[in-house]
Ligand binder design. Structure first.
Ligand code: QAP
Ligand code: CO
Length: 170
């Protein structure tokens, strides 16, 4: 197991579109395990492979209170159902220190493969539904800050760039 480095906005590698996983082999399982270790260490509730600079379609999530409900989504496909949209305060391990309101569809169905490579379907609700959409966006090179105004996004970018420059000096 290993804790991986998390890319931070505005790193251009976060804009990469991830490729489908062809076989869920030992290398994929190893990456899944390292992604969980990285996410729990952060700590976070969701992490996409893109954020640790692996450009395959893999997401790990655990929104449980006790951090004992690890969910793996390989090659996730989201279907948006009819219904309401919901607002949520979203954050991101790749945009540390910032939380902003994002509006997304409330009712979705997710089809994916689990860590054993078996297909499953899920009808998530609430925070889990939001988190899955946020993480699948990462696989498309999209970040939650893309839903904000240009002004807000640029403000966040400039502040993070300044932090990164100061970290380099230190
Ligand atoms: C995505 O995000 C998410 O700013 C997962 O300083 C978050 O795990 C979806 C984190 C909220 C829906 C709602 C963020 C940790 C973790 C930070 C995360 C930070 C430290 C974010
Ligand atoms: Co994120």
């Amino acid at each position: 197991m290993a804790i991986l480095e998390i890319l931070e906005f505005p790193d251009p590698r976060l804009r990469t579109r991830a490729e489908p996983v062809e076989i869920v082999d030992d290398a994929v399982k190893q990456l899944v395990d390292d992604m969980f270790e990285t996410m729990y260490d952060a700590p976070g509730i969701g992490l996409a492979a893109t954020q640790v600079n692996y450009h395959n379609r893999i997401v790990v999530i655990d929104v449980s209170e006790d951090k004992n409900d690890p969910l793996v989504f390989i090659n996730p496909e989201i279907t948006v159902l009819e219904g309401e949209e919901a607002e949520y305060q979203e954050g991101c391990l790749s945009v540390p220190g910032y939380y902003e309101t994002v509006v997304r569809p409330e009712n979705i169905v997710v089809n994916a493969l689990n860590r054993e490579g078996e297909a499953f379907e899920m009808r998530p609700e609430g925070l889990l539904a939001v988190c899955i959409q946020h993480e699948v966006d990462h696989l498309e090179g999209k970040l939650f800050v893309d839903y904000l105004s240009n002004l807000k996004r640029q403000r966040i970018r400039k502040q993070l760039e300044k932090q990164h420059r100061q970290q380099q000096k230190a």
